[in-house]
Design a protein around this ligand. Structure first.
Ligand code: NAP
Length: 256
């Protein structure tokens, strides 16, 4: 049986095992997707275990996405540009790293809107925001503005990708067609956290959330109530998952 898994710390909240095991079952693939909860100090030892036990593929999540890069044999240009690996493929003992989070962003947005020519505001400047900037520029968004609580982080990211940066509190200066919520504010908080004031959202916007626990975050509830289009965080998870599944198995993911 081929073994795949999620490499994270903690790993218990991940929905990836349910998603990929359902995919293996649907296509009768003799494989299992497991959880590998590995602390940062055990990362190098774990990567050696991947080699020794011929683990076929991994998703990589917080806090390992950047730290894993020097431990791999080949890292592609996409992952190097985004600065993080979220998928590892074991090709006959050689560990290859890539990043399909950007496909998750494109796929989730394209289910409800086109990206080309649209103005976009990204909330956040961490790893997920990096994948979003890459995705939106690749899909020819007209303008990408990064807003972040710590403006220096937004400026650093904007400099790398040649776009605009501002403070999160300046959201009211912009009137984007698409808002991508890529901060971790409100994650695992059922009551939610107000990341931008409700009065600054409009019904013409499409609001995409990356957090999927809870599914309806504060910004999504507000956006829905005023009539904006909303995209829940599970759509990004699913769309990046479809891409991983195809890379690992060579089969189209059974989306249904
Ligand atoms: P990260 O690198 O730790 O970045 C966190 C970002 O959130 C930073 O920009 C940080 O701002 C901001 N932030 C944190 N707390 C905040 C608060 N209370 N108010 C305002 N801003 C706050 O995390 P990440 O890897 O980018 O992940 C971000 C989120 O996306 C997480 O919830 C993660 O689960 C989710 N995600 C989902 C998917 C999916 O498939 N759906 C994929 C990847 C990530 P500062 O710079 O000021 O600290």
């Amino acid at each position: 049986m081929d073994i795949y898994g999620i490499l994270a710390h903690p790993a218990k909240h991940s929905l990836s095992p349910a998603m990929h095991n359902a995919g293996f079952k649907a296509l009768n693939i003799n494989a299992e997707y497991q959880r590998f909860d590995i602390s940062p100090e055990n990362l190098a030892r774990f990567i050696q275990r991947v080699r020794d036990e011929n683990i076929k593929g991994l998703n990589v999540s917080t806090p390992h996405k950047e730290k894993v890069i020097p431990l791999l044999d080949v890292v592609d240009n996409v992952a190097m540009t985004i600065g993080a690996v979220n998928t590892i493929i074991n090709k006959n003992g050689e560990l290859h790293g890539t990043n399909v989070d950007f496909i998750g962003v494109q796929g989730a947005l394209e289910e409800v809107t086109s990206i080309e020519g649209r103005s976009v505001v990204i909330l956040g400047a961490g790893g997920a925001a990096r994948a979003a900037v890459f995705a939106l520029q690749k899909s020819n968004a007209a303008e990408v503005v990064i807003l972040n609580r710590t403006i220096e982080h937004a400026k650093e990211l904007a400099k790398e990708f040649n776009c605009k940066a501002d403070a999160l509190s300046s959201f009211n200066k912009y009137n984007p067609q698409i808002v991508v919520q890529a901060t971790s504010a409100g994650m695992n908080k059922p009551k939610g956290v107000e990341i931008v004031p409700r009065e600054n959202l409009t019904s013409e916007m499409t609001v995409m959330e990356m957090i999927y626990s809870p599914l309806m975050t504060k910004i999504l509830k507000d956006a829905k109530e005023i009539g904006a289009k909303i995209i829940t965080g599970d759509r990004m998870l699913l769309n990046q998952g479809f891409a991983c599944f195809q890379i690992w198995t060579g089969e189209q993911a059974p989306r249904k």
